[in-house]
Design a protein around this ligand. Structure first.
Ligand SMILES: CC(C)(COP(=O)(O)OP(=O)(O)OC[C@H]1O[C@@H](n2cnc3c(N)ncnc32)[C@H](O)[C@@H]1OP(=O)(O)O)[C@@H](O)C(=O)NCCC(=O)NCCS
Length: 174
């Protein structure tokens, strides 16, 4: 297996981030977007994260005989624009289909939790399709606790979807 490095994202990673996201949009209910997003949309997203000092990480595969490739990413996103929510963020984590099930999700989630603490955040919210077992298990392993289940608030691929909310409170020991 080639080495995979986790590092903070830069703007030129956006095409790689977008490819992974759009593949999940088309094939899964991980995101309730139904149409692929544009590169401009992802660049605007990245710029907003920089402006808000919200972290984005990428997993970069570095083969010896080829150029590097983005194979996963994670981010903290503003939860709400009302001031009282400023100590809360929502997270995203996506791994390229051919790299799932190898622990990369955890390698991408760990620095997010540290970055959240570094910013003085108090709670991370994970919004997860209730049938997304890998994501539920991943977040549970990192101390996210089930806070609620919203039944049939999503609709994709011709069926109603339930959404689980999981919360990770940040402790001084993190
Ligand atoms: C969810 C995701 C980020 C997890 O990343 P990953 O690198 O595959 O994670 P891991 O290899 O650490 O596996 C996570 C857990 O799911 C389990 N798992 C893996 N594939 C599974 C499957 N098909 N069914 C059930 N559990 C599965 C693993 O055993 C592991 O469980 P554990 O933590 O109890 O050991 C990744 O699968 C992904 O990108 N999926 C598509 C996008 C997505 O769902 N993003 C999250 C949106 S909320």
């Amino acid at each position: 297996m080639n080495p995979i490095v986790i590092r903070p994202a830069v703007r030129s990673d956006c095409p790689g981030i977008l490819d992974i996201y759009n593949d999940a949009v088309l094939k899964t209910t991980a995101s309730y977007d139904e149409e692929p997003r544009s590169l401009q949309h992802r660049l605007d997203w990245f710029d907003a994260h920089e402006r808000d000092r919200m972290p984005v990480f990428v997993a970069e595969e570095r083969p010896k005989d080829a150029g590097p490739r983005i194979v996963g990413w994670s981010a903290l996103n503003r939860y709400h624009d009302r001031a009282g929510y400023r100590f809360t963020a929502e997270n995203s984590v996506y791994v390229a289909e051919d790299f799932r099930g190898r622990g990369l999700g955890g390698r991408l989630l760990e620095p997010l939790i540290l970055a959240a603490r570094g910013r003085g955040l108090h709670v991370i919210i994970a919004v997860i399709d209730a049938a997304n077992e890998p994501s539920l298990r991943l977040h549970a392993r990192f101390g996210f606790e089930r806070a609620g289940l919203f039944r049939e608030v999503g609709f994709k691929f011709g069926r109603w979807l339930d959404v689980a909310y999981l919360l990770r409170r940040l402790e001084p020991s993190d």
